[in-house]
Design a protein around this ligand. Structure first.
Ligand code: NAD
Length: 437
């Protein structure tokens, strides 16, 4: 099948490469000329495990091309996929301007029947607005469908190639038939394509992300209660997760959720409910808890250095491991580490930071306000404490003895509960976790 994919970000690039890998001819288009030029040179603009070989293979075999020319990409395409950004507007609702601009551009370029598919996360009713935008810009026949994407950064290729489910929201038989053919190879073992109306598809995506965010905020609330009552959230988490009705996933307390999806999707779901004259009260609390949680680690650090009327954080140096919003990605959008860093800088601390792949993304945010290190132990050298913000594998079993020698003061602020408090304390560290004893 001939496909056009609009937007070569985390979703568009993975989807474009994934569809090409099943033999489709895919043209990926982006308005960011720099990004397209890098892709044409074979450079990946993002870090995503497994994406590079997929991309290289499909480019080499001529099935995957890149352009800034939307008309070139759309002409002759049987399916055009919108995978552009839907950032938060000032009132928390999803800003649809990129999506509608993409729809109009597709409309202007259509030269025959095509199915226009929205993969971007869009609020309920957006598919109708996309249909209107297309109708206003073309005389050609077309069908629209909502096809929300559920991949997660850090494991995006696997998620895309082996989806738990494919949701297709449309009332158009032609769109249904074409998308069933397109997705057939992805769900060969058992049919996991779920057809529904567009509004239900749009809401499914928000409800899924909002529910996952709810589990995280719930556990963060429980962790904070653990600290007040002397319980250990690690035991509570395990005890809860063994219940098959609950399950163990997404029950990890920490310093809050971040990334380009959960924060904005929770806010957009709340805004959708408000616009519809209702409310999503649990989600409003989920957002508030998360904002509070993102500030928690910095508060613990500030309190530690100001304790017992002691010296403050001003002039102290803190080492920080992990900048990405989660392991496996270089994405720092809305990462809790950003809040931690801003608070510590405001309190007068100096920061020595390290992330295995996200130093570059963080530099675009902080410039030279913090010091970056390629190696985690180098960041720790001479610091008065070490804060952990992202639970990368390589941070889970550090050489604590080496760390103790390197740090000016042996203090650990474990924002993801990856270290064992008893082990750290036995080695002479002062240990702070989230809801740990
Ligand atoms: P992104 O910011 O990484 O990429 C979006 C790309 O679209 C950018 O490269 C931008 O230049 C391009 N673009 C904007 N307008 C365009 C236009 N008119 N024509 C062509 N290109 C255009 O975004 P992302 O993280 O890939 O997310 C895209 C959408 O998918 C969002 O709605 C997001 O909520 C949703 N989503 C993201 C993820 C994720 O893990 N990142 C997962 C599921 C769904």
């Amino acid at each position: 099948m001939r496909l056009a994919v609009l937007g070569t970000g985390y979703v568009g690039l993975v989807a474009g490469a994934g569809f090409a890998d099943f033999g489709n001819d895919v043209c990926c288009v982006d308005i960011d000329a720099d990004k397209v030029a890098r892709l044409e040179r074979g450079e990946l603009p993002i870090y995503e495990p497994g994406l590079e070989p997929l991309l290289r293979r499909n480019v080499a075999e001529g099935r995957l091309t890149f352009t800034t020319d939307i008309a070139r990409a759309v002409r002759g395409a049987e399916v055009a996929i919108i995978a552009v950004g839907t950032p938060s507007a000032h009132d928390g609702s999803a800003d649809l301007s990129q999506v509608l601009a993409a729809a109009q551009a597709i409309g202007r370029a259509l030269d025959g029947f095509a199915v226009i598919v929205t993969k971007s996360t869009v609020p309920v009713g957006a598919t109708d607005r996309i249909k209107d935008a297309l109708a206003a810009s073309t005389q050609q026949p077309f069908a629209v469908a909502s096809n929300p994407e559920f991949l997660k950064e850090g494991d995006a290729v696997n998620d895309f190639m082996k989806p738990d489910r494919v949701i297709i929201g449309t009332d158009d038989e032609r769109a249904r038939d074409r998308l069933r053919l397109l997705y057939g190879p992805f769900v060969r073992t058992n049919d996991r394509i779920l057809f529904m109306d567009a509004r239900s598809a749009e809401l499914t995506k928000y409800a899924a992300n909002a529910y996952l965010a709810t589990r995280i905020s719930f556990m963060n609330d429980v962790a904070n209660l653990c600290e007040r009552v002397g319980a250990d959230v690690e035991m509570v988490r395990r005890g809860m997760g063994m219940d098959q009705r609950i399950g163990p996933k997404f029950l990890f307390p920490g310093i809050g959720y971040g990334g380009s999806c959960f924060p904005k999707d929770v806010k957009a779901a709340v805004a959708t409910a408000r616009e519809a004259g209702g409310s999503l009260e649990i989600l409003e609390a989920v957002h508030r808890v998360n904002e509070r949680q993102k500030a928690l680690l910095a508060e613990k650090i500030i309190a530690h250095y100001g304790r017992d009327g002691g010296a403050s954080l001003a002039g102290k140096t803190i080492a920080l491991w992990g900048l990405a919003f989660k392991p496996g990605t270089d994405d720092t959008r809305e990462a809790p580490s950003l809040t931690v860093i801003e608070r510590l800088l405001a309190a007068g601390a100096k920061l020595r930071v390290h992330d295995p792949v996200a130093n570059g993304s963080a530099r675009r945010v902080f410039g030279e306000r913090v010091e970056y290190f390629d190696h985690n132990y180098d960041a720790a050298a001479g610091a008065h404490g070490l804060a952990l913000c992202t639970e990368w594998h390589q941070f889970r079993r550090p050489n604590f003895r080496r760390l103790k020698e390197l740090l000016a003061e042996p203090v650990l602020f474990d924002g993801r509960n990856i270290w064992e408090p008893s082990e750290a304390r036995a080695l002479g560290f002062t240990y702070y976790g989230i809801g740990r004893r």
